[in-house]
Design a protein around this ligand. Structure first.
Ligand SMILES: Cc1cc2nc3c(=O)[nH]c(=O)nc-3n(C[C@H](O)[C@H](O)[C@H](O)COP(=O)(O)O)c2cc1C
Length: 346
């Protein structure tokens, strides 16, 4: 009797077999445990914490350790660290693994002054040797895959992502994610996927693409043509978590599922808020969840009045009322639209 071959992993990163090449990008203020749980449920191959400062982790600062919470059964989930001291980063990586991270990523792309001013994020990536030393110490310190997320370079005249990726591959880094913009670009202009493909051509480890991941047929083509091994979804899923299911389903089957209608979008947001409440408690969940509610009702009739209510959202009754009013008002003629986001930490 023929024995069916085990399904081929969609993406292998070091020792990890992932079921989808569609991953969720680390995002400050977004990718907490409930968001990651929902993203995994929707099919994401790997989810990540937001970036966490390595110094704070080794000092056992409570708020940072809280970001490194890996509830059992929610995963695969990796941690992302930011910092530039090899010893501190190695020690922090060990803490991540002890707490349940299945991989540890290093933020080499953060453009914000607070981080680059201390030599981390995109500032570290300017120095290939120093970056390789940090990653080498981490690879030595933990048994899980160590990965890195970088931009193309500091500015248009100093593109170094292919060279940096090669140096990291040499010290045992298992995969790199490349955001196709430079540090000086911030979020301006379009992500340059031709430059990302140059990184892919330079290394044998998996290269994950990042930047303006919105059009799912384009995403599919880039993976099928081998321009990248996987992609991370970031701003595209804000107010639109269903995008994860559409992307993972498309990659697995070739079939493009419909967008959610307005009622189903509100229902998914309601579910997300329920999960936030269960995890953080009502008060904190309503504070952090306001943005999700505002994003999901974009394009709704009478949105200005609802937006004002969302800003004052402080009780579960009010949350329920906002959802009911939005459903009753329905979508306006322009339909749902994406929230605009022109900054971020990577
Ligand atoms: C609100 C926000 C927070 C972010 N936080 C992080 C982070 O913690 N670590 C990181 O490597 N990148 C971070 N990023 C960058 C994203 O992971 C991603 O690389 C970037 O948004 C480009 O992808 P996109 O154009 O599809 O959004 C953040 C982006 C945004 C918008």
């Amino acid at each position: 009797m023929a024995v069916a071959a085990p399904p081929r992993p969609a993406l292998r990163i070091g020792s990890m077999d992932l079921t989808s090449p569609v991953l969720i990008a680390p995002m400050v203020g977004i990718t907490d445990a409930p968001c990651r749980e929902l993203a995994v449920e929707l099919g994401a191959g790997l989810v990540s914490t937001e970036m966490v400062a390595s110094e704070a982790v080794v000092r056992s600062q409570e708020a940072s350790l809280h970001l490194l919470d890996f509830p059992r059964g929610v995963g695969p989930a990796g941690a992302q660290l930011v910092g530039c001291d090899p010893k501190v980063m190695a020690a922090a990586a060990q803490v991540c693994v002890e707490r349940g991270a299945v991989s540890v990523d290093v933020n080499l792309g953060c453009p914000v002054k607070k981080v680059v001013g201390r030599g981390g994020g995109a500032a570290l990536a300017r120095d290939v040797h120093a970056t390789a030393a940090v990653l080498a110490a981490m690879v030595e310190a933990v048994d899980v895959p160590v990965t890195a997320k970088m931009r193309l370079g500091w500015d248009a005249r100093s593109i170094n992502a292919p060279e940096l990726a090669r140096a990291l591959e040499d010290v045992g880094v298992a995969a790199v994610t490349v955001h196709g913009r430079t540090r000086c670009q911030g979020y301006a202009g379009e992500a340059d996927w031709a430059e990302i493909a140059r990184v892919k051509a330079a290394v044998d480890i998996p290269v994950i693409g990042s930047g303006d991941v919105e059009d799912l047929r384009v995403l599919e083509r880039r993976i099928h043509e081998g321009a990248v091994d996987g992609v991370v979804i970031a701003r595209g899923m804000l107010g639109n978590l269903w995008m994860i299911r559409r992307a993972t389903h498309l990659l697995a089957t070739g079939e493009l599922l419909d967008e959610l209608d307005f009622a189903a979008r509100i229902e998914l947001c309601r579910r997300h808020l329920d999960m936030l409440v269960a995890y953080h408690g009502a008060q904190r969940a309503l504070r952090t969840g306001r943005k999700y509610v505002a994003w999901s009702i974009k394009g709704c009739n009478g949105a200005a009045r609802l937006r004002a209510m969302v800003q004052d959202l402080d009780s579960l009754d009010m949350l329920h009322t906002i959802f009911e009013l939005a459903l009753h008002a329905g979508l306006g003629p322009q339909g749902w639209f994406r929230p605009v986001f022109t900054s971020g930490e990577g």
